[in-house]
Design a protein around this ligand. Structure first.
Ligand SMILES: C[S@@+](CC[C@H](N)C(=O)[O-])C[C@H]1O[C@@H](n2cnc3c(N)ncnc32)[C@H](O)[C@@H]1O
Length: 297
């Protein structure tokens, strides 16, 4: 028996005693001197100490990895962690507004930010902060809302799937203004216009507010019946490159015959001779955004 044969037989005996007959497990087995060996030759692994130590501890490390992942997931999917995460990092909706403002800045768009559906002013304050961050200090912010919540739900917004109820999402104007101030918006640049869109969004209002051009339009009023008058109101304010964010594009189970999605599609088709739309990427599951082009420019 050669010395090599002797080594291999001793390894086999050693592995048998340890109950590690499985060749894959045997590959990680060690000799009593502490070094992992190649079971085929019984030679210590050539790469030396580090590989040997890695092979020796590979299994336990994997097991520890599973445990760490298990505990990490318990932490990561806990409500407290999610709240902390929201506090520290931008939420997807903020990421969309950030991208859109960055786009407006790089496209050298001038004009105002118009938001239809302000509620408590959270997204409007966010837009305000990103405009400052991306150095657009001259941008003005106009927010349009009933401040009485959603109107009666009727027409296409009722079926086949009714997403919203009358009176939902109510926040009065004073509370909205107070919250926006508390969230750091400079209220001298913010204008809140109260009323139902069917009553307020008339051509005279554009002159009254001295609205000439929209850089960004954020439509977050949930319903087809609310979005249709908004789109007619903003048509003369479009410039080449105006970005329109539709917050509720994928609501109503993304049914193309309901909600903001239907209103926007019909509007673009109706004015096909003067406008066209290029999709713009969003960060949330519910939004869609488009960059508008004027065909005569
Ligand atoms: C989802 S909330 C807006 C949320 C807000 N953009 C945010 O992210 O913080 C929808 C708002 O649209 C308003 N709204 C819907 N339809 C309206 C209409 N026809 N006239 C006026 N306001 C309307 C509601 O009052 C409600 O405050």
């Amino acid at each position: 028996m050669s010395p090599d044969d002797l080594k291999i037989s001793s390894l086999k005996i050693f592995l048998t005693i340890r109950g590690q007959r499985d060749p894959r497990r045997a590959a990680h087995a060690t000799w009593p001197d502490g070094y992992a060996r190649n079971p085929a030759t019984a030679e210590p692994f050539r790469a030396g100490g580090r590989v040997a130590i890695y092979l020796q501890y590979r299994r336990p490390l994997l097991q520890r990895g599973v445990m760490i992942r298990k505990w990490a997931n318990r932490l990561r999917y806990s409500t407290r962690y999610v709240k902390l995460h929201d506090m520290l990092f931008w939420q997807p909706k903020e990421q969309t507004l950030d991208k859109a403002m960055m786009y407006a800045r790089w496209g050298r768009l001038t004009g105002d930010y118009l938001e239809f559906g302000v509620y408590n002013g959270w997204s409007m304050s966010t837009a305000y902060h990103f405009a400052q961050l991306h150095r657009m200090p001259r941008m003005r912010f106009f927010g349009f809302d009933s401040f009485e919540g959603l109107p009666d739900i009727n027409g296409v917004d009722v079926g086949p799937f009714q997403q919203f109820l009358k009176g939902q999402l109510r926040c009065d104007q004073a509370t909205t203004a107070r919250k926006m101030r508390r969230w750091g918006a400079d209220m001298s640049k913010v204008h809140l216009i109260s009323g139902w869109y069917n009553d307020t969004l008339k051509p005279a209002l554009r002159d009254e507010l001295d609205l000439k051009k929209a850089a960004m339009v954020h439509i977050d009023c949930d319903l087809y019946e609310s979005t249709a008058p908004v789109l007619d109101f903003i048509l003369p304010l479009l410039q080449d490159g105006t970005i329109i964010i539709l917050d509720d594009w994928y609501l109503y189970r993304a049914n193309p015959r309901q909600g903001e999605r239907r209103a926007f599609t019909e509007w673009v088709e109706r004015h096909d001779d003067i406008i066209e739309a290029t999709p713009f990427p969003c960060a949330t599951w519910h939004e869609a955004a488009f960059i508008m082009h004027l065909r005569n420019q």
